[in-house]
Design a protein around this ligand. Structure first.
Ligand code: SIN
Length: 299
């Protein structure tokens, strides 16, 4: 019998997080929310705790018109937790944890930093928990970042499929990305030190279904860029599962998309999302800065 694919429906629960410190305005049915009524440096400690709860609920939150300096970006990041060690990029002068992501107007590249679906640095034994990105300058159109809610996607798998995945461990490694970048760009990714390079290529095995450290919510830990295999399986056995799960998670229904403005900031939860920043704004400059906050060992 011919069967069409049926779009996910039913369990969408992105109602606004309630806080006395700010308002939350949901962006899409699946995830994401705009935070209004506050400038980040003015948030009290209680307000920062509330913001973290909003982040765990909406998985990606953003604020307009913040226009943070590097120092303010750094300072607010510190209030979210200790900095993660960034796998590839180097910080700006005087602010080593604030990392530039800049594409110049005349730069044309077949492969861009963050251009494929990924979660940040999952090949590390302790991948970053939160990424905090801000825009200084951007294209008039294009350059939107898109996220997908991997916890919601997990709930939309059949019980049988969920049960099959729960005991598995996924091998996250930068090796495939490393080889692809070297082929497309004609130059190797600079990991900074030989130790970081070795760790990136060797990678780490993590639970395929991880439990959120703050909410206990189960989520797929999947990544199109870095999921390279499954423990105990051959590549031929693992690849169809990984490809299916990437396809499943990146269905439109589970996503939200942010059109940036200069001065905007955004934070996302790497334990429960994938994201991508597309390579679709040749001819325009895009200047972004990001910090990453340490996460523990995924369980
Ligand atoms: C990233 O993957 O961290 C960058 C995303 C973007 O530049 O939109």
């Amino acid at each position: 019998m011919w069967q069409v694919r049926v779009s996910p429906c039913g369990d969408f629960d992105n109602h606004p997080f309630q806080s006395e410190h700010f308002e939350c305005v949901p962006l899409a049915a699946a995830m994401g929310a705009e935070i209004t009524g506050v400038r980040l440096p003015d948030l009290s400690d209680e307000g920062v705790e509330s913001l973290k709860q909003a982040l765990w609920k909406h998985k990606m939150i953003y604020l307009r018109d913040q226009h943070l300096s590097h120092a303010e970006h750094e300072e607010f990041s510190r209030r979210l937790g200790p900095f993660a060690v960034d796998a590839y990029t180097q910080g700006v002068e005087g602010h080593r944890d604030v990392h530039p992501i800049i594409k110049e107007a005349d730069e044309v590249t077949p492969s861009l930093f963050g251009g494929g679906w990924h979660t940040d640095s999952p090949f590390l034994p302790e991948p970053p928990s939160i990424t905090f990105l801000r825009q200084v300058e951007g294209p008039p159109y294009g350059g939107d970042t898109t996220w997908t809610n991997c916890a919601l996607a997990f709930r939309h798998l059949s019980q049988t499929y969920q049960d099959m995945l729960r005991p598995l461990r996924v091998h996250m490694s930068a090796a495939n990305n490393f080889a692809t970048q070297a082929f497309l760009r004609g130059e190797a990714i600079d990991f900074g030190t030989p130790e970081k390079r070795e760790q990136g290529l060797k990678g780490t095995y993590h639970p395929f279904v991880r439990t959120h450290p703050h909410t206990g919510e189960p989520s797929l830990y999947i990544c199109d860029t870095y999921a390279a295999g499954i423990e105990g399986m051959t590549t031929h056995e693992a690849k169809p599962l990984i490809d299916y799960l990437v396809w499943h998670c990146t269905q439109h229904a589970f996503t939200c998309r942010l059109k940036w403005q200069p001065g905007m900031v955004c934070m996302w939860d790497n334990a429960a999302t994938m994201h991508l920043g597309p390579n679709d704004y040749d001819g325009f400059r895009r200047e972004m800065y990001r910090t990453t906050i340490a996460g523990g060992v995924p369980v």
